[in-house]
Design a binder for this molecule. Structure first.
Ligand SMILES: [Zn+2]
Length: 320
């Protein structure tokens, strides 16, 4: 059974817009013809980079998230990356297999290419489970370690990942920065990033350019000059974390300057939770979760459709 997510306002307009948008994307039709199967993050990111588009990667917490993300991507006619974080695995009792199996089954049933990515992994045992649970990529986060130890641990993770056909992302903020790469004011220096990539062999690098995790307002101002410098200096695609705090227009500029993978989490949870809160407050007799999860899932789907459409429209000349 396919779940058709009906957005209240925009299904028809969204489909028409997505179709006209698709006609301007040279690589999209071939994606869509082969589709209907799980693909790899490396393929989605590589194709987006070659076309000057952003690749949307959205955090899955529950099965409704995965359903909503795929429905939004189908309406945008765009490939999408489903991300499951170590924190989410912890929420599911430390078991990655059940939520990954659900996400993989939904990915296989999708009409657009979908990949699975394990996000912010610190636990090596979890990383080693990724290859057998349907993931094609992981983000390995050793940023709590000293720089030297971060390089050693990340290089070891890359060696293991490549031996198992996994694409590995890592992140680098300010070397020695105590509060992590996403603390406000932290920036990734291009020379440090070049050294880190060549010393570790990572396939993509998340950089600190002005966004922060878990922002609930879309007011972050990104350092576009730095994005352009990093995009030019690095041989691998660069990744923006904390994108929920960044407006669509800022995301489009970031992609035009060189960001490729765009990680989005909090903004989906805002759409999900505020819709549930409103539904429960409006009808105090409501007990059937399907009654309030349905509109909540619809709202998440609409956010995904809108962001993916924005990322597809950002192919302005680099360096502008
Ligand atoms: Zn992150």
């Amino acid at each position: 059974m396919r779940i058709v997510v009906q957005s209240r306002c925009c299904v028809k307009g969204g489909r028409l817009r997505a179709l006209s948008l698709n006609s301007r994307l040279p690589s999209a039709p071939s994606h869509l013809k082969k589709a209907m199967s799980i693909t790899t993050t490396g393929e989605i990111v590589g194709q987006a980079r070659a076309a000057g588009r952003g690749a949307g990667a959205f955090n899955v917490v529950t099965m409704e998230h995965a359903e909503a993300i795929i429905a939004g991507a189908e309406r945008a006619l765009t490939p999408v990356i489903l991300q499951i974080s170590e924190n989410t695995v912890r929420f599911h009792g430390g078991l990655v297999a059940p939520i990954a199996a659900a996400a993989a089954a939904l990915a296989r049933a999708s009409t657009v290419p979908v990949s699975l990515h394990l996000d912010h992994v610190e636990d090596d045992r979890l990383l080693r489970q990724s290859a057998e649970t349907g993931f094609s990529s992981a983000m390995y986060d050793a940023s709590k370690l000293s720089y030297q130890d971060n390089v050693i641990a990340t290089r070891r993770a890359v060696e293991w990942a490549h031996a198992h056909d996994l694409w590995l992302e890592a992140e680098l903020g300010e070397i020695g920065g105590k509060d992590g790469p996403h603390a406000s004011g932290v920036r990734t220096r291009p020379n440090d990033a070049v050294d880190f990539v060549s010393n570790t062999g990572v396939d993509a690098l998340a950089v600190a350019v002005g966004s922060s995790h878990a922002m609930t307002t879309r007011t972050a101002a990104l350092d576009h000059q730095l994005i352009a410098a990093l995009g030019t200096a690095l041989p691998v695609p660069i990744v923006l974390h904390g994108s929920s705090g960044v407006s669509d227009a800022e995301l489009q500029r970031a992609v035009a300057h060189g960001i490729v993978k765009v990680n989005v989490g909090t903004i989906l949870n805002i759409a999900f939770t505020t819709t549930i809160r409103d539904a429960l407050a409006t009808d105090l007799s409501l007990v059937d979760p399907r009654k309030y999860l349905t509109p909540a899932r619809d709202q998440m789907s609409e956010v995904v459709r809108r962001i993916l459409t924005a990322l597809n429209n950002s192919a302005a000349p680099r360096g502008s």
